[in-house]
Design a protein around this ligand. Sequence first.
Ligand SMILES: N[C@@H](CCC(=O)N[C@@H](CS)C(=O)NCC(=O)O)C(=O)O
Length: 211
Amino acid sequence: MAYTLYYSPGTASMAVHWALIELAVPFEAVRLDFDAADQRNPTYLRLNPAGRVPTLVIDGAPYSESAALLMLLAERHPQAGLAPAPGDPQRARWLETMVFLANTVSPAMRDWFYADKDGDPAGADAVRDLARSRIEGAWPRLAAALSDGRPFLFGDAPGAADYLAAMLMRWSRNMPHSADEQPELAAYLGRMGSLPSYADLCRREELVPWP
Ligand SMILES: N[C@@H](CCC(=O)N[C@@H](CS)C(=O)NCC(=O)O)C(=O)O
């Protein structure tokens, strides 16, 4: 089973990198330097025509979209328990959470960070305002999912939804209201941050741990 992850530190590739480390499977990690526009290099665009990370090459074929890649890794490594299995009572809520993170929080994050680049800079403030309200609305919803005292979103061990959620929460750290303002999320991020795989991820990507 051969994996190659194309990543850029601290970006949308981070959750997939984290899951690969946690899975302890062999993989090659190829770092792209956004300052050097590596993501728009013609060789990379052949793998990922959108010029974005992550790209995960699986047995020679490139795939993108962080949430899909996490779901795929969960499916390919069922013994790792990255997701509630089909038929598990938590499966429906897991699917709902993955799609909420991928469909609501992640695009809003893209708008928050890329409003000037993806659209008309003249309208960027309005785009950022809407993105911010969507992002800030997500944190209480995720905090509520943890309010029964569970350590991770789907049980006693972290999984695909946690890597995705913690990555998205990390991106809020310089926003007017960061995820860790919610006490449940501050405690949750503390648990995610104390995983050995997180320390390894931060070392490999040269990230300053947060919070
Ligand atoms: N929905 C995609 C978002 C990918 C994305 O927007 N990646 C950003 C980094 S967070 C990127 O590659 N940006 C480089 C660029 O747009 O030039 C995913 O979750 O994989």
